[in-house]
Design a binder for this molecule. Structure first.
Ligand code: ZN
Length: 462
């Protein structure tokens, strides 16, 4: 995973980039072949759990409505592309000198004509031949600018594309990896490649609980509840996983999306604890930073300028070193200039290293699971060190980063004043997820699933 586990947020508003519909940075482009027939609604608030439905016909993206009594007799469409500017397109549209200037100035009020994206579609239509009286500019997938002529006067308005809300329930049974899960549920309504977005989102939601490369076993399974905003042409404007259950080995891991009125979107377990866990600020309790993270630093032993890709904490020999986060030990022992060191893999994204130890703590060896705050070793000066200190590295996707600059997951629980609302949202969603039954073939692993079922008995208890 090279994606930021934080994601780019769920606030992706209207935009031309369909990849934003799943709220993932640089996500995959969704396909377009979808048929949904629901009440037309405008998009709701970002925080609302259920945007208010607003029925009514709204012009679609591809057709400009015209009065039935006077259908356009001529219409055309042109596309901005390299070497063909807006001015040229309008000049060819038969607007006349004054009309051309009016239309261009109205478009300028909305967008910079010099910055129109290639591929933007401009439609013209006329009720009388050789006399264009409507120009429509598709600004993005959700908005178009419509210019109308009455006599010799042009006026403009913005048309928004309506979206339909739908809710999908999709499950998957894992045979080899998450990416090749056998899907069930409302799969027929998924856009092409939309299942990949579901996998990516699951990997984000469960980044702290599941290492999707190492922890996955055949028979693991998941169910997700997805709410989408779908455009009339079938493209997905926005999709949110509202709730998920992941069954990994003998663990049942529920995650419910909840947005407090004043907070960001977050996923919580049944107790209202955030599924994202925070790192400790420092691996030593009361020790000062003696050397911070930098790209260039004079190395006192090598007598060379080199980057310092970690943080040094000055401390006496033997001071206990604590794991800053839960994870699995990947190295424990001597490693070149690090001296005696421990490396912990926290999830598929984050690792930490603790170097120059005088000794590794008892029982700490590769493959061992450690808890956050657990003592993993003791300060020393093994390896390339001139004085006792801890050299601490924080790696994101294998690259040392300054932990103070990395936006670390906050992992805050549901605020008290929202607990009652969270409880009812959680119960409703997990109950609906439970109603999506696993296919018969998946019953093999059901014993583990029952044992770890998040909704059996967990409901309501805090
Ligand atoms: Zn250092």
């Amino acid at each position: 995973m090279t994606r930021d586990a934080r994601g780019e947020g769920e606030t992706g508003g209207p935009g031309p980039d369909p990849a934003r519909s799943w709220g993932l940075a640089g996500g995959l482009v969704l396909g377009v072949a979808l048929v949904v027939g629901l009440i037309g609604t405008r998009s709701g608030s970002e925080t609302g759990e259920r945007p208010a439905a607003e029925a009514g016909a709204v012009p679609s993206l591809t057709t400009v409505p015209t009065p039935a009594a006077a259908p356009p007799v001529v219409s055309g469409a042109d596309t901005i592309r390299a070497g063909r500017a807006l001015g040229q397109i309008l000049a060819d549209a038969g607007l006349g000198e004054a009309g051309y200037r009016s239309v261009l100035s109205l478009i300028r009020e909305e967008i910079d004509p010099r910055r129109l994206p290639a591929g933007l579609v401009i439609r013209t239509s006329s009720r009388v031949p050789e006399s264009t009286d409507r120009v429509s500019v598709t600004l993005d997938a959700d908005r178009s600018l419509v210019l109308d002529r009455r006599g010799s006067t042009w006026s403009s308005r913005l048309d928004s594309v309506s979206v339909s809300l739908d809710t999908l329930y999709v499950g998957g049974v894992i045979e080899q990896s998450l990416w090749t899960s056998r899907l069930f549920g409302d799969t027929a309504r998924l856009a092409p490649n939309e299942h990949v977005e579901i996998f990516l989102r699951l990997a984000q939601i469960y980044a702290w609980q599941v290492d999707f490369f190492r922890d996955i076993r055949p028979g693991d399974a998941f169910r997700v509840m997805i709410r989408r905003e779908v455009r009339p042409d079938g493209t997905v404007r926005r999709a949110d996983v509202l709730a998920a259950q992941f069954y990994n080995q003998d663990r049942g891991l529920p995650a419910v999306r909840f947005v407090a009125a004043d907070g960001p979107e977050e996923y919580y377990d049944t107790d209202g604890a955030a599924t994202r866990k925070a790192f400790l600020r420092a691996p030593l309790k009361f020790s000062p930073v003696t050397s911070g993270f930098s790209r260039r630093r004079y190395h006192p032993i090598l007598h060379r300028w080199r980057a310092h890709r970690g943080i040094d904490y000055g401390a006496h020999r033997g001071t206990p070193i604590h794991a800053t986060g839960a994870g699995v030990v990947t190295r424990a022992g001597w490693w070149d200039g690090y001296g005696r060191m421990v490396e912990i893999r926290h999830n598929s994204m984050y690792r930490t290293r603790y170097a120059h130890m005088s000794g590794v703590a008892r029982g700490i060896r590769p493959g061992v699971r450690v808890k956050q705050n657990q003592v993993i070793g003791y300060v020393g000066m093994s390896g390339l060190a001139t004085a006792p200190h801890l050299h601490y590295e924080f790696l994101v996707n294998g690259v040392q980063r300054d932990p103070k600059r990395v936006r670390l997951p906050p992992g805050k629980p549901v605020p008290d004043r929202y607990l009652a609302r969270f409880d009812s949202v959680r119960d409703a969603r997990l109950a609906r997820l439970d109603s999506l039954s696993f296919p018969a073939a998946a019953q093999l692993a059901s014993a583990a699933r029952e044992a770890g079922s998040p909704t059996s008995g967990a409901s309501g208890s805090r």
